[in-house]
Unconditional design. Structure first.
Length: 124
C-alpha cells in the first residue's frame, strides 16, 4: 500500500512539473529604451547598483539593434580599448569617475535622441 501511495504522489508531482515546463516560458532580459535610459541616468546620479550595470553591459540586446549599439558603447566606456581608456572607478558610490560620467552623458543624450525619434503608435 505504501508503494502505491508513493507512486501516485510521484506521478502527480512529475505531471505538474511537466505542465509547468510545457506552459512556462524561459526568463528573458528585454529592457525597453526608456528602462535603459533610466538605468543610465541612475549611473549619473548614483542610484544604479553595480549588479544592474553588470547585467546591462553583459547581456546582448538582440531584440533592438540600436539599443545594442548603445550597450556596446557603454561596454567600451567600462572596458576601454586601444583608442580610449576605460573609465576610472568613482568615489562616493559612483560607478565611474567624473570623466567617465561625462562620456556617459554623451551616450545618454544619444539615447534620448533615439527615443525622441522613435515613432509613436497606438493600438485601437
Amino acid at each position: 500500500m505504501a508503494f502505491l501511495a508513493a507512486f501516485v504522489v510521484t506521478l502527480v508531482l512529475l505531471c505538474l512539473m511537466a505542465l509547468a515546463l510545457y506552459f512556462g516560458k524561459a526568463p528573458t532580459y528585454r529592457p525597453s529604451r526608456a528602462e535603459i535610459l533610466a538605468l543610465l541616468q541612475g549611473v549619473l546620479d548614483c542610484t544604479t547598483t553595480q549588479q544592474r550595470w553588470d547585467l546591462y553591459v553583459g547581456m546582448p540586446m538582440r531584440h533592438d539593434p540600436e539599443l545594442e549599439a548603445i550597450r556596446l558603447r557603454c561596454l567600451l566606456l567600462q572596458e576601454g580599448d586601444e583608442k580610449e581608456p576605460a573609465a576610472g572607478e568613482g568615489i562616493d558610490n559612483y560607478l565611474f569617475d567624473r570623466a567617465g560620467r561625462e562620456r556617459l552623458r554623451i551616450i545618454v543624450a544619444d539615447l534620448s535622441d533615439l527615443i525622441a525619434r522613435d515613432p509613436v503608435f497606438r493600438e485601437f
